[in-house]
Design a protein around this ligand. Structure first.
Ligand SMILES: Cc1ncc(COP(=O)(O)O)c(C=O)c1O
Length: 410
C-alpha cells in the first residue's frame, strides 16, 4: 500500500498522535514545529517560552548552533559504526566526562534507564544481589529500573519486578544505615529527586550515604540524569557535596536533545564496568556523542555554570517575592527548581501559564518543575516571574481551580 504524508497531514498532529501512538505520558498538549534557544513555536505559529527544556534534554535550548554544526558535520562525515569499531567523537566524549569527574570508565547508552540498568547489572558482579533505593525516586522504565523506582503509579502495573530491592525514605540517614548490609550490592540515589517534585535531601545526606556504603562494601550509584552537566550550576551535583560515588549515571542533557546516556564508574567499580557485561548497538553513537561534545564544550567555553547559578538565583528570588498564600516554597538548585504550592494547583497553574505562553511541568499535584535550557536569559526569567505573579495574583483561574480541587480552600 502506498502511504503519502498528506494522507494524514490535514488532521491536527495531536489527533494523529492519539490514533497511532502508545505512551505513558497522555495526549500531548501542543504540537511543536520549531524552536530557537528557550523559545518554541507551535503548529498555529504561536511562540512559548520553554521552561521544560525538552524534558531537560535541551540543555543548550533548541537549535543551538554548536549542536547543529556538530551533528551536521558528523552526519556528513561518518554515521553509525559497528560495536567492533570506534569513532573519535565517542572516545573524546568519554575522555571529557572522565576529565570532569576522575579516572574511571564509561559505558554509553541510549537513555537514562539503560545507564541505571547498566549499574544494576554490573553490581551483580560483586557477588551480592540486594539493592537499596528510595521512596519517591524515579530511575527509568525498564523492568530493572522500575524495581528501584519508588513511585507506585509507575511500577505497580508491571509487578512482579525483581524482588531484591528495599525502599527507604529519601533523606533519612538512619533508615539508610539500617537497610544497608553486607548483602547490599548497591545503593541508588538521585542527587535531587526530580520527578518526585524537586526534593532536595538534607545537607550531608549524600556524604552519609557514601560513608554507609563504604562501611558495608556496597556500591554507591548516583543517578544524575536530571542534575548533571550544569543543571544545578555544577558539572555534577555531587561535586557540590564533595563526595566520590562509585557510579554516576547520566542522560537527559548529555546528548543535547539526541538520545544519549552514560554510566560512569570509578575505582574498583571501573574494573566491573571493564568486564564488558553490558552493551547496546547505538549507545554512544558518533552522532549522539558529537552532540554531547558540543554540549560539554559549550558549557565550558561560554561560562554557563556561572550563568546557571546567576539566573537560577534570579528566578528563585523573583518567584519567592510573589509571596502568595498558595506559594509554599521554591526549592532545588541552579536551573532545576520546584515551585511547591500549599494546595494541589500545579495542573491549573500550568494550564494558565501555557495559555499565557509559558511551558512548565506539573511534576506533582502541588509542584511545578522548572528546568529551562541553561541559556535562559535574564529577560526570559523575568518574563516568567511576571507571568507567574499574574497567574497567582491577578488571574482568578488557579485560585478558582484551587477552590474546586480542595473544598474549603481560600
Ligand atoms: C533521575 C532519572 N533517572 C532516570 C531517568 C530515565 O531516563 P530515560 O527517560 O532517558 O530512560 C529519568 C527520566 O526522567 C530520571 O529523571
Amino acid at each position: 500500500m502506498a502511504v503519502r504524508d498528506d494522507d494524514c497531514g490535514r488532521r491536527a498532529l495531536t489527533e494523529r498522535w492519539s490514533r497511532t501512538t502508545g505512551s505513558s505520558y497522555g495526549t500531548p498538549g501542543l504540537a511543536l514545529v520549531r524552536g530557537a534557544g528557550a523559545t518554541v513555536v507551535d503548529d498555529t505559529g504561536r511562540s512559548y517560552l520553554d521552561l521544560v527544556g525538552g524534558g531537560l534534554a535541551n540543555v543548550l535550548g533548541h537549535a543551538h548552533p554548536a549542536v547543529v554544526n556538530a551533528v551536521s558535520t558528523q552526519a556528513a562525515t561518518l554515521g553509525q559504526v559497528s560495536s567492533r569499531d570506534v569513532a573519535e567523537s565517542t572516545v573524546l566524549l568519554g575522555e571529557l566526562l572522565l576529565a570532569l569527574t576522575g579516572p574511571g570508565r564509561v559505558v554509553f547508552t541510549d537513555s537514562g534507564a539503560e545507564a541505571n540498568e547498566t549499574a544494576f547489572q554490573v553490581s551483580r558482579l560483586t557477588g551480592r544481589s540486594q539493592v537499596v533505593a528510595t521512596t519517591g525516586a524515579f530511575h527509568g522504565r525498564t523492568m530493572g529500573t522500575l524495581a528501584f523506582t519508588g513511585q507506585p503509579g509507575s511500577t505497580h502495573p508491571f509487578r512482579t519486578l525483581p524482588d531484591t530491592v528495599t525502599q527507604v525514605p529519601f533523606g533519612d540517614v538512619q533508615a539508610l544505615r539500617t537497610a544497608v548490609s553486607d548483602a547490599t550490592a548497591m545503593v541508588i540515589l538521585e542527587a535531587i529527586q526530580g520527578e518526585n517534585g524537586v526534593v532536595v535531601p538534607p545537607p550531608g545526606y549524600l556524604a552519609a550515604a557514601r560513608t554507609i556504603c563504604t562501611a558495608a562494601g556496597a556500591l554507591l550509584v548516583l543517578d544524575e540524569a536530571q542534575t548533571a552537566l550544569g543543571r544545578t550550576g555544577h558539572w555534577f551535583h555531587h561535586q557540590s557535596e564533595g563526595i566520590a560515588p562509585d557510579f554516576v549515571t547520566l542522560a537527559q542533557g548529555l546528548g543535547g536533545g539526541l538520545p544519549l546516556g552514560a554510566c560512569l564508574a570509578f575505582g574498583a567499580a571501573a574494573d566491573l564496568l571493564a568486564t564488558g557485561a553490558h552493551g547496546t548497538t547505538v549507545g554512544g553513537s558518533p552522532l549522539s556523542c558529537a552532540a554531547g561534545l558540543a554540549v560539554v564544550r559549550t558549557i565550558a567555553g561560554t561560562g554557563l555554570l556561572d550563568h546557571v547559578k546567576r539566573i537560577g538565583d534570579r528566578l528563585r528570588t523573583g518567584i519567592e517575592a510573589v509571596a502568595h498564600p498558595l506559594l509554599d516554597e521554591v526549592r532545588g538548585a541552579g536551573l532545576l527548581l520546584g515551585i511547591a504550592f500549599t494546595e494541589p494547583v500545579a495542573v491549573p497553574v500550568t494550564d494558565w501559564l501555557r495559555a499565557a505562553g509559558f511551558l512548565v511541568d506539573a511534576v506533582q499535584p502541588a509542584v511545578i518543575r522548572l528546568a529551562p535550557p541553561l541559556v535562559l536569559t535574564e529577560e526570559q526569567a523575568d518574563a516568567f516571574v511576571g507571568a507567574f505573579a499574574r497567574a497567582l495574583v491577578a488571574d482568578p483561574g488557579p485560585r478558582a481551580a484551587a477552590r474546586l480541587l480542595v473544598p474549603g480552600a481560600a
